[in-house]
Design a protein around this ligand. Structure first.
Ligand code: FES
Ligand SMILES: [Fe+2]
Length: 454
């Protein structure tokens, strides 16, 4: 057994020189100021939140049915009658482009005997002139009203007063958002600072390159947690230490949402400086149109040199970076839009990871990978990726995500252990603490979490 002093020496965070970051006045639109950290204490986060059927039920009643959720991309439903099916928990929702070009959303359920109108699962798109239920052929207009009910004269009570049950929807960022809340706050209010941060990216010029759903054997929050801290990079993704700075990360927690800004194209202070440019950093250079073989500067300058190169070359490559700051040309601006969207936002692509709860099992969830890539001006618009679905571990979803995926069932199993009371959270994991605080706000309201509650 070593002394406390030995322990501290072995366990210290490595010292490092901070990377150069753009100053707030150098950012044309996206704010870069550090937001003051919230005062959230140092308490343990109860493991029962990840395993309890009761907590899962509260989440459904008080959280999932109250928040705004990502529904569909507007580009996927350009014409009247185009529709998308999305799902949350036990609900299936039809999002439909209307004759007047607006978008409306409905519970995907026939008012006769409860059949699904479109029994095709999340990610399905289609076009319809009307929606006819397969069971007895009740038919609905695109706006959810009745078009035809066979043998209506045999229903002495007439038809139900209301057609398809509508849910509120609105649009932002090229997406349709919906909420099961019958008295929702406006979407813009819910999103808070997010549009100001993300509007400068060219989302409208990005094509969808992946549309994947994987069923994972863990609670949805086990997965959200894993994408909102960088502390696990040294444990689970050691190869990324030659690609990003896992310690010099700016964390900003807003009212509900949060972000962190991770410098890419640079080395972690946890690793020794290699004799030549590491392959992952070379790939960043090549992506920017630079030839690593021609580069004679120090590795520590590559990040800012890539920024300069992209700033100069972007226009010629058909890429408009004029609304982005220099750090946005290399770094990962990583947002959590509460409760279940992790966004890795970059100048040339953005990735959405969406966690959805299983309808009834707290130990299972659905992980959606939605990725988009910038189509340069003048280039042909490629076809959108088709939706695919599989189970935990069936297929690779890329090295980094495979590493996350492989780890999560073990974490979920540990949540059930009598030997594990709860999460012991450090400063690098502040966003996890903040995420759980916002969950508490929904579950327990203004009174806060009662003593002894999960
Ligand atoms: S359940 Fe839809 S028509 Fe009967
Ligand atoms: Fe990870």
């Amino acid at each position: 057994m070593g002394s406390e002093e030995d322990f501290n020496k072995r366990s210290q965070t490595p010292a490092y020189t901070p990377v150069r970051r753009v100053q707030p006045h150098e950012s044309p639109e996206t704010p870069t100021e550090k937001h003051p950290d919230p005062e959230l204490g140092t308490g343990m986060i109860d493991a029962r939140r990840y395993t309890s059927a009761q907590f899962m039920q509260w989440e459904w009643e008080r959280l999932w049915t109250k928040v705004w959720l990502l529904g569909a991309r507007l580009l996927d439903i350009p014409e009247p009658g185009d529709y998308v099916v999305t799902e949350i928990g036990r609900e299936s929702i039809l999002i439909v482009r209307q004759a007047d070009a607006t978008v409306r959303a409905f519970y995907n359920v026939c008012q006769h005997r409860g059949n699904r109108l479109r029994d095709c699962g999340l990610g399905t798109t289609g076009e319809a002139r009307s929606f006819t239920c397969a069971y007895h052929h009740w038919e609905y207009e695109l706006d959810g009203s009745y078009r035809r009910i066979p043998d209506i004269d045999t229903f002495p009570q007439g038809r139900p007063k209301r057609g398809l049950r509508e849910v509120a929807c609105d649009t932002w960022g090229g997406f349709v958002w919906y909420t099961l809340n019958e008295k929702p706050e406006p979407l813009r209010e819910f999103l808070g600072p997010i549009p100001k941060h993300l509007d400068p990216y060219n989302f409208d010029r990005m094509v969808q390159t992946r549309d994947i759903t994987v069923e994972w054997n863990c609670n949805w929050k086990t997965s959200v947690d894993a994408f909102n801290e960088s502390y696990h990079v040294q444990g689970i993704h050691p190869q990324l230490l030659w690609y990003l700075h896992d310690l010099d990360i700016q964390i900003d927690c807003y009212e509900r949402h949060s972000r962190y800004l991770i410098p890419f194209g640079t080395l972690s202070p946890r690793v020794r400086r290699p004799p030549s440019i590491p392959e992952p950093i070379k790939s960043i250079m090549k992506g920017a149109g630079m030839d690593p073989a021609d580069y004679d500067g120090p590795i520590g300058n590559i990040r800012t040199d890539v920024q300069k190169h992209k700033r100069v070359q972007g226009k010629a490559q058909g890429r408009d970076y004029s609304r982005l700051n220099d750090d946005q040309l290399t770094d990962d601006y990583h947002y959590l839009i509460f409760p279940n969207l992790s966004l890795n936002v970059h100048a040339d692509d953005f990735w959405i990871f969406r966690q959805r709860p299983h309808p009834s099992d707290p130990d299972r969830m659905f992980y959606d990978i939605l990725t988009y890539e910038l189509v340069p001006e003048g280039a042909e618009w490629p076809e959108r990726a088709k939706h695919r679905k599989w189970s935990h571990g069936d297929k690779s979803i890329g090295t980094v995500l495979d590493q996350d995926a492989a780890n999560l069932p073990g974490v979920q199993a540990g949540m059930h252990s009598a030997g594990f009371p709860g999460l012991w959270i450090g400063r690098q994991e502040l966003r996890i603490r903040h995420f759980h605080k916002v969950i508490d706000d929904y579950i327990y309201g203004a009174a806060g979490r009662p003593p002894g509650a999960p």
